[in-house]
Every structure is written in C-alpha cells, then in structure tokens.
Design a protein around this ligand. Structure first.
Ligand code: SME
Length: 154
C-alpha cells in the first residue's frame, strides 16, 4: 500500500484563480486550455493534465499540458473510458494494477479522472496523471470536481 500524503497545494487559491481566469471568457475551448495549464502548474508531481471530449461515442484528445498522448480512447478502454462509461470519478492509486490502463507516458503511476456531465450529457473527462503513487487525496478529488463544475457552469 502506498500512503496518501496531503500536499501543501493551495486548493482554495487554485479554485479562485480558475474562477478569475475563465470569468470573462465564454469560449469552452479557451477555458479548457487555461484550466489544463493552471492545474499542471499548481499541483505538484503531475506529468499530465488535460481533457478528453466525447465525439461520436469516443473520447478524443482535447487541450492538455504534458507529453503527447493517445488521441482517441474507446469507452471500454482505460481509466478515462471507465470514468466516461460509469460517470464516476476514478481515483487510481497505482495504475499498474488497473486492468486496461492506457500508458500514454510510462512515468505515470497514479491517475485521477473526473467525468464532465452537463444537462445529463457526458461532455468528456478531466484527466490528471502523476509520477507519484497515490498522488490524489480525497481533497484533490473534491477540488477537481469543483473545477469541472466551474468550467461547465459557463
Ligand atoms: N491513462 C489514460 C489514458 C490517457 S493518458 O493518461 C493522458 C487511461 O488509461 O485512460
């Protein structure tokens, strides 16, 4: 088992910055791009942060920060596919134990995926990857759910 250590990332400040960053901008693509960057630069030990968007029943790569990633994920595949299929947050402490995990970057050890649901429709997912095992605490999970809700409220 890997222990979860609460980090000193400032969640309140992050959410306030996100709100301010997207406040005056109605464009969803621009807002996702800035959100990916803000997450990547705010939270420690991340090697990827970004979005996959539902298109013709597949997840297609959207704005992100990190190394190039797979462009299309079928709903039956990977952690992202499971989050999209079940519409439930996936907080995976060790991706190597997750059957079907898609290793875009072999450095990834843990992953957090938050489904984005608007008006009962699955729009896509927010995906965070970390080089650390058990990177994502219940607070990280809550904060990313709030981040998704902020960008979907536009
Ligand atoms: N690991 C993900 C694929 C996307 S990359 O991590 C950016 C998955 O298993 O769905």
């Amino acid at each position: 088992m890997h222990e979860i250590h609460e980090r000193s990332d400032d969640h309140g400040l992050f959410l306030a910055q996100l709100q301010a960053l997207i406040e005056d901008e109605p464009d969803f693509l621009a807002n996702m791009a800035n959100t990916a960057s803000l997450i990547y630069h705010t939270f420690s030990e991340l090697n990827w942060a970004g979005f996959y968007l539902m298109k013709e029943n597949e997840l297609v790569l959207g704005p992100f920060m990190g190394k190039p990633a797979c462009t299309r994920i079928k709903l039956e595949n990977g952690v992202c596919g499971k989050a999209a299929r079940t519409r439930e947050v996936q907080n995976i402490a060790d991706v190597h134990t997750f059957e079907g995990h898609i290793a875009c970057d072999s450095a990834s050890n843990s992953e957090l995926v938050v489904p984005m649901v608007k008006n009962n429709e699955l729009i896509g997912v927010l995906d965070l990857d970390s080089v650390a095992f058990s990177r994502f605490s219940p607070l990280d999970q809550k904060t990313m759910i709030q981040a998704v809700s902020i960008i979907l409220s536009k």
